[in-house]
Design a protein around this ligand. Sequence first.
Ligand code: 13P
Length: 288
Amino acid sequence: MALVSATEMLQKAEAGHYAVGQFNINNLEWTKAILETAQECNSPVILGVSEGAGKYMGGYDVVVGMVNGLIKDQNITVPVALHLDHGSYEHCYKCIEAGFPSIMFDGSHYSIEENVEKTTEIVKAAHAKGVSVEAEVGSIGGEEDGVVGMGECADPKECKRIADLGVDFLAAGIGNIHGKYPANWAGLQFDVLAAVQGETGTLPLVLHGGTGIPDDMIKKAISLGVAKINVNTECQLVFAEATRKYIEDGKDLEGKGFDPRKLLAPGYQAIKAKVKEKMELFGSVGKA
Ligand code: 13P
């Protein structure tokens, strides 16, 4: 199946009370591992690409070519969306041009007026090409200069203003943070999430910072309208751990253990296991 926008898969997820995982990609191994797992789990999937990861992989055309090539050559038949993660205004246009079927415009750091203005323009340009749009209200916290901040909580009325612009799904800050959560994290703010859902109705909501959120909180968030959950750091951690074990066990020094196809295999399998675990938790298995 060719790449699809994320609109339909997320509307189905919202109505069916499950969530589709967005797993961020970094290279060929990451992308192949995630696509293979989605196919095995018969699950829809969203491949997230941050601006930094897009640059690392060589550019958005490389990413689109790689993903389309894998879908074709690996006979991937489940719905796959390729999605710009936390895009700036300029990069949203670059990705639409390159053939991404889905983008996120992160205008959360602008004033609400400017966020409304820019989101309106981007929705118009994206929808003209059938590209789905995620917007953000209330910035997602995370580590900055070594300081881990509490995630900001979105104003439900501002969420309603952005939702009314015709965005396809909305990320609202509810105390979530990118990366590892600090020991004193207060948890997701479900009263805020419920208030946001009260304003935005059936619009699929997005939970960023999926790494390390306890399973019961994930399930409760899904019951309150979260239909897309982003996971990045957790895949990086298991990849690094498996790769480190391979080297610490001296496997790269045995025979042709230095061959990258062998060296990267444990990390590849670790990503697959992590993605499967998340798809089962999110309830997307069998929903392709
Ligand atoms: P984590 O790295 O915390 O899983 O967050 C991923 C994310 O939200 C990408 O937008």
